[in-house]
Design a protein around this ligand. Sequence first.
Ligand code: 8D7
Ligand code: FE2
Length: 547
Amino acid sequence: MVSRVEHPAAGYRKIFETVEELNEPITTEIKGDVPSWLGGSLLRMGPGLFEVGDEPFHHLFDGYALIHKFDLKDGHVTYYRKYLKSDAYVRAMTEKRVVITEFGTTAYPDPCKNIFSRFFTYFRGIEVTDNCVVNIYPIGEDFYAVTETNYITKVDPDSLETLQRVDLSKYVSVNGVSAHPHRDADGTIYNIGNCFGKNMSLAYNIIKIPPAQTDKSDPFEKSQVLLQLPSSERLKPSYLHSFGMTDKYFVFVEQPVKINLVKFLTSWSIRGTNYMDCFESNETMGTWFHLAKKDPADYMSSHKFRTSAFNIFHHINTYEEQGFLVVDLCTWKGHDFVYNYLYMANVKAEWEQVKKAALRAPQPEVRRYVLPLDLHREEQGKNLVSLPYTTATAVLLRDGTIWLEPEVLFSGPRQAFEFPQINYSQCSGKKYSFVYGLGLNHFIPDRIVKLNVQTKQTWVWQEEECYPSEPLFVPRPGATEEDDGVLLSIVVKPGADRPGCLLVLDAGELTELARAEVDVMIPMTLHGTYKPGPGPSSQPGQDEVHV
Ligand code: 8D7
Ligand code: FE2
């Protein structure tokens, strides 16, 4: 599964170039057969505008959010896209400069304003970005574009119009939430966020948003903080990106990438600072796993799991078996923040520079950790993991902590298995076999991969000069096998006449079923959702939406 492909021509730079939104959906040219049961929409988010005038954005997460949609119906496919009309975007377009600070790009005060109005801007404090460039998913009956701040934005999944900005911190005590919530079968949403409390007491809060209300009332009004997890360090919460959930448990992996809160809350007003500048690495804490019961919600403070330092962005899946929690993760070994290297690789850079950054960065690995649920004091020093099929270990130490060692499910030098997706409706929180992902070759996405987490068998789809995105799994109606369905990915081939396409792969063998090509460039996308449509394929139980 390791890619030997090099990218000296640096064609990938084209997927980080500005494009225009479309006035109406455009038709696609189809090669192969799009299964007729695929009658929904692929919705994806990503950056689309990479500079404002001559001010460039500096990080992958800074470009203004573009909403992409491929509609599938009776074997036909159309493509549409619109910019998210966030405050960050609208104000930048009006004032022709970066007004709101983005993840790695600082906004500077308006040089045209006089000293008095600049003085007042200063005291207005931090304006947090609402550039929801990372993901789009349903809450209740609506769709929301999200990043990791307190702002999420309701969009119309048909017209892609921006409907309403929601400030989550008005409903629940969080300063931001992850772009990777979990969803129960009934539509209840669970998410995790940093909470920088009063008098700087910190916690990670798990929040719950109920499903669509029968009285049509706003689900946010009934949202609540379910439980708090403690921070390993005062004034320094860890950066969080996702978490694990089963029927009974939550797992949160606290990584050594820290937010320096003093910097975050003070140096912003002194200016010149952005989100990236507020991160630092804790070289000694290693990585902590926190466990909590779901119902009734309860933090399991006596289960102190520890292991050596790694970065964690994406949880793959978590399940319980024989008194153990199996936690599968996409990891990056080491305490240095991978986002710093992403910044150095600078997606607009030459291949040699990208390779150099990837060489120094933490190394990717798909790992399985196994957490014992029942602990007994007399078992000190022994490996507690008795699951027959894994080499992962957990040893109770004298100080009461449990030292974990993982089983490596996949590893390749500078070859990441990232943007993991599973058959969520069938397997989330349950024992499973397959994970699909995007293969990053020195950070450059150049293949779609499938991994059997039980046997470690891998499958690859790859094509020259092609840059795919996160593959989403869509089950075939009536399917019983876990991998009976298709994978949907947006693939970009910059040199081609029709440079963008929706790729439809058979999820079993990773063979191509169809592609629907467009004659416009499509920039890279991060995460998204398949929204099932109405129509014959939508039987009861089939109309769940995948987060
Ligand atoms: C995160 C802008 C942001 C996150 C220093 C505290 O989603 C992107 C990152 C990649 N997924 C993003 C863009 C801001 O802030 C943390 C950073 C805010 C926590 C309240
Ligand atoms: Fe993510």
